[in-house]
Design a protein around this ligand. Structure first.
Ligand SMILES: NC(=O)c1ccc[n+]([C@@H]2O[C@H](COP(=O)([O-])OP(=O)(O)OC[C@H]3O[C@@H](n4cnc5c(N)ncnc54)[C@H](OP(=O)(O)O)[C@@H]3O)[C@@H](O)[C@H]2O)c1
Length: 266
């Protein structure tokens, strides 16, 4: 961990599991003051417990990304307690495993609420505090399926693609306020994302996909993300050979559609 993050106040969503959890531990190890958020109090307490004795500190702030009604008050409260927010890492999100013709509209909306509206609501709540403090760094988590459509992930892919538009605009509008913006683009990371992915009935998929099993570890993902943040990258690619799909989609689209079109339902 770069010592540029020592003593910094870093707010991380999705902190109770997977990539977010690994980031919390890496930042606390590096001496940051971490605000760890998710909608799972037991998970946050476990992560905080596992950070005890490390150089930095962690406090848990519970909130549901699908209910952003009190988000401005929450952000103001965090700033009041911590003094400032140097970095906001929007990591929390949920995936999907359902054909689009079977996905009811309420489920499209639910995935959009969590992945897109929850993320931008927290960002909008934190932004004025960062601007008045002289700047900060905000990251959002997309996916390689935020760069192309992908079978069984219509709402997921759409929610992630929407983040690119929002966060690129944020970067352009607030460059002069010293607001740095990064979009994290993971390929495959070994996490519980496919277990919690929503089926057409809105239930958890409950299965670990082969792709997830073969992904990079969460620790490796955290290293890649932290390196990208420390270099102020606009886009941070996370993963391994599966990231080639981004290149194939861009430069060899017929090949991309041949490969992705063969993906079978799980
Ligand atoms: N793993 C991959 O291969 C991969 C690939 C591309 C993109 N990503 C993205 O990476 C991010 C992190 O995912 P992960 O792989 O680490 O999955 P994960 O292990 O399932 O973690 C997801 C995190 O998001 C939180 N979350 C989900 N719904 C929430 C809600 N309504 N309110 C508050 N928090 C909520 C979860 O907390 P709760 O327990 O409170 O639900 C959990 O902490 C996601 O945005 C995902 O789309 C992952």
């Amino acid at each position: 961990m770069k010592d540029i993050f020592t003593g910094k106040v870093v707010w991380i969503t999705g902190a109770s599991s997977g990539i977010g959890e690994a980031l919390v531990k890496a930042f606390v190890r590096g001496g940051s003051r971490v605000i760890a958020s998710s909608n799972d109090s037991a998970g946050l307490a476990r992560v905080a417990g596992e950070c005890s004795g490390l150089q930095g500190s962690v406090i848990a702030v519970l909130f549901d990304l699908s209910d952003t009604s009190g988000i401005d008050v929450l952000a103001a409260d965090v700033v009041h307690r911590e003094g400032r927010i140097d970095m906001l890492l929007n990591i929390g999100g949920i995936s999907q495993r359902a054909m689009l013709k079977e996905t009811p509209l309420w489920l499209d909306r639910k995935i959009m609420e969590i992945n897109y509206f929850g993320t931008i609501a927290l960002t909008k709540a934190v932004l004025p505090h960062m601007i008045s403090a002289g700047g900060g760094h905000i990251a959002a988590t997309s996916s390689i399926s935020g760069r192309f459509g992908f079978p069984y992930r219509s709402a997921y892919s759409a929610s992630k693609q929407a983040l690119h538009g929002f966060f690129e605009t944020l970067l352009l509008e607030h460059r002069n306020d010293n607001i740095r913006v990064s979009v994290i683009i993971p390929g495959r990371v070994q996490t519980a994302i496919s277990l919690h992915a929503l089926t057409a009935a809105g239930k958890e998929h409950g299965r670990m996909d082969e792709g997830q099993k073969g992904g990079v570890t969460t620790e490796r993902a955290a290293e890649q993300i932290i390196r990208g943040l420390s270099r102020n990258r606009r886009e941070i690619l996370v993963g391994s050979t599966e990231l080639l799909m981004l290149w194939i989609r861009k430069y060899l689209p017929p090949l991309f559609f041949r490969i992705a079109g063969k993906i079978k339902p799980m």
